[in-house]
Design a protein around this ligand. Structure first.
Ligand SMILES: Nc1ncnc2c1ncn2[C@@H]1O[C@H](COP(=O)(O)OP(=O)(O)OP(=O)(O)O)[C@@H](O)[C@H]1O
Ligand SMILES: [Mg+2]
Length: 208
């Protein structure tokens, strides 16, 4: 495939960290500058029927018995379709692609939390994503305790001690991935929505 001309921006973070809130504000910001951007998400992907069907299999609450390896392969199958059908063509058309979660989530959830070896994930993931790397990964950092407060506010209080541990493992994986990586930008989830949006906008401005 030809070299992408657009920019690929990924927003990462634990559940309730504010990803969707910030993606919408980032889109507004880019729209106001007349910059053509395209929003998508993983698993699945905007305008990809196949990736969205794989998403539905992954997220189906009836699929409690899903094997961790099956789950990994489904995420990567979804990613291969998403990259080839949606993300690469959009980048080639010069768009700014903003994706809600990408491969850092795979290393955090399937790797650190579900304990699949990271060298195995790395090799299949590199192949599945056609080697595509984000130009910028924005990681919105939230502690499990802070996320639990937001979940309570949304009346989804199901966080027990075990899941708190799970979320902390995920968080530590994100922080390790960010460490010393100049393609990452870490921002705290705690603060006003507008302040966080401004920090993200400044960083995005830097790479455009
Ligand atoms: N900076 C903030 N301060 C306080 N509350 C916030 C902040 N940002 C977002 N919220 C609230 O936290 C909740 C989760 O936000 P949002 O849906 O954007 O997060 P998310 O990371 O996309 O979550 P999910 O993992 O469910 O997709 C929402 O109720 C939102 O209004
Ligand atoms: Mg969201």
């Amino acid at each position: 495939m030809p070299e992408p001309r657009g920019k690929f921006i990924v927003i990462e973070g634990g559940d309730k960290s504010g990803k969707t809130t910030q993606i919408e504000l980032l889109k507004k910001f880019l729209d106001s500058k007349k910059i053509d951007c395209f929003l998508t998400r993983e698993p699945g992907g905007t305008n990809s029927a196949i990736a969205e069907k794989i998403r539905a299999i992954i997220l189906d609450p009836r699929h409690q018995e899903m094997d961790a390896r099956t789950e990994l392969l489904l995420y990567l199958a979804s990613r291969a379709q998403h990259v080839s059908e949606v993300i690469k063509p959009a980048l080639e058309a010069g768009k700014i692609v903003i994706c809600d979660r990408f491969d850092a989530s795979t290393f955090a959830y399937q790797g650190a939390a579900r304990q699949i070896e990271s060298d195995i994930i790395k090799s299949i993931n590199d192949w599945a994503k056609y080697g595509l790397a984000p130009d910028l990964t924005v990681y919105i950092d939230i502690t499990p305790e802070q996320a639990a407060v937001r979940r309570r506010d949304e009346k989804h209080d199901r966080l027990d001690a075990e899941t708190k541990e799970f979320h902390e493992v995920v968080r530590q994986s994100y922080l390790e991935q960010a460490e010393g990586n100049d393609k990452w930008f870490v921002v705290s989830a705690i603060g006003s929505i507008d302040d966080i949006a401004e920090k993200i906008q400044n960083k995005v401005d830097d790479i455009l």
